[in-house]
Design a protein around this ligand. Structure first.
Ligand code: ADP
Length: 170
């Protein structure tokens, strides 16, 4: 079974994936697979431009977790979307040294549920699991994901509404 672990940058995907790996869950990091699909560089955002359509269509399915902010586009069996309060996200992305433009874009994406909307467009609702990590530590997030892997957690979407509390950050 392939389980995608997605979410806006800074929501904690890599940290929780590392914790799951320590617990014995097989983890694939999307960043290790996108190299051949790099089609350019975006100097304003200090990021590579990836041909995500080709990456998705050529991705060899894996067993376990596949982590990365585009993995909700993959034909996974379950899709986990980590959510995090935008003000916390903002601090994390600042610490990461992102430019103001890149921080704002990511904050807006989180407030406007961009990852969820994209996933919802592609997948059946019963495959989608949002987790609000705002008040959870990494171990608690990993516990929740293990429940999803075991099949004992209920699918859940629409669990946060950052637009009401953080609309002024747009
Ligand atoms: N649940 C959490 N509680 C507190 N800090 C967290 C949590 N998840 C991640 N972090 C911290 O937030 C930052 C971004 O996490 P990271 O795993 O790199 O996010 P992503 O892979 O989604 O971009 C890191 O400094 C990490 O230690």
């Amino acid at each position: 079974m392939m389980i995608a672990l997605s979410g806006t940058p800074g929501t904690g995907k890599t940290s929780v994936a590392r914790e799951l790996q320590k617990r014995g869950v097989p983890v694939t990091y999307a960043t290790d697979t996108v190299g051949p699909y790099r089609i350019g560089e975006d100097p304003d955002r200090d990021t590579d431009i990836i041909d995500d359509e080709r990456w998705v269509s050529e991705f060899t399915p894996v067993n376990g977790i596949v982590e990365g902010h585009l993995t909700h586009l993959l034909p996974a069996d379950r899709i986990i979307i980590l959510r995090c309060h935008p003000s916390i996200l903002k601090d994390r992305l600042k610490k990461r040294g992102y430019s103001e433009v890149k921080i704002q874009e990511n904050i807006e994406a989180e407030i406007l549920d961009v990852t969820l909307a994209e996933a919802f467009d592609i997948h059946d609702e019963e495959k989608l699991y949002e987790i609000d990590t705002t008040h959870m530590d990494i171990a608690e997030c990993a516990d929740k994901i293990e429940e999803i892997i075991r099949g004992t957690a209920q699918p859940s979407i629409g669990i946060v509404d950052w637009l009401i509390s953080c609309g002024d950050m747009l």
